[in-house]
Design a protein around this ligand. Sequence first.
Ligand SMILES: *Cc1c(COP(=O)(O)O)cnc(C)c1O
Length: 372
Amino acid sequence: MGRPATARINIDALRHNYRIAQQLSAKGAGQVMAVVKADAYGHGATVCATALADIASGFAVACIEEALELRAAGIKQPILLLEGFFEPSELAMIDQYRLDTVIHHQYQIDALVAHPCKHPIRLWLKMDSGMGRVGFAPDEYRKVWKQLNDLSFVKDIVLMSHFACADEPDSEHSQQQLTTFNTYTHGLPGERSFCNSAGLVALKAARGEWNRPGLLLYGVSPFLQAHGIRQKIQPVMELSSAIISIKAIPAGSSVGYGSQWIAHRPARIGVVAIGYADGYPRHAANGTPVLVNGYRVPLVGRVSMDMLTVDLTDVPEVQIGDRAILWGDDLPVNEVAQGAGTIPYQLLSNLNRVPVEYHGILIPDHLHEVEI
Ligand SMILES: *Cc1c(COP(=O)(O)O)cnc(C)c1O
């Protein structure tokens, strides 16, 4: 079997979380577009999309390469390109594979005018309501909406925007964004889409016909602070490995690169076979929790490329070969992210090298028949 590091993906949990997102969306009479960009945040996009194919209303990805992977896997639902297309040459494939695309800039409109689609297309017109990244300024939104609406092959235009601070549930900025969006889309026909995971959970007034949760589907709370949603969702990924060495060291001796951690008492140090090349964050601070046999033990010393070290002094029963969970059911990835000064998104999508094992309901049979 070899190296014990493994990422275990619980498909039942994924489906459970999708249904939670659906219930939240339905309160605003909306549907859920499952965000599976970046290989489904490290969980495997084709497997996750396939596992949701009988219940999901659509999927969202970052680029056409990701979308074509899903079409090749037999996904028939709408697939949305969240950043739109980068070059006019993508339009022929967008048309052929019936993809939805975000329109966030005039150069994309010019390309559409120059390369009309053969099939009716649904566009998602993005307003920059306060994110300060991509999208049309509120005061030019109506004008570009009209340009698109005048194109004969444009079937629908979804009115769309994106939150900058939804991870703080009481953010004034989010309220401001919503007000801006509502003001400048007032009277325009079409479905609306504003919510990412955090918006869907916390900003009821922002729920629209389409919501676009990502992180929530993977069972991770999108909020910086503790939030009740944690109890409703189930973590999909468990990253684990095993203790491969234990040794006693005297007080005053150091552990790891840079000799940066020093034992202040005689200590028992365990080595876990996982490191930053697997996606465990190198910047995780001393004290970041690791779950060994159900005990939370502190990370000590710098994380190496293939290994990390934990202080087992207070859990003498732990032995070589015992499992160590880096994140999963009883250890939210949010806590590890906090220990590393980052966010769960980065940790999940950085997963590397570890074999991924899938558990739970898997691929419906009919989806194996694929034409592309
Ligand atoms: C990534 C992304 C989402 C999903 O965000 P989560 O915080 O993971 O729910 C939604 N909308 C857009 C435009 C995105 O880029």
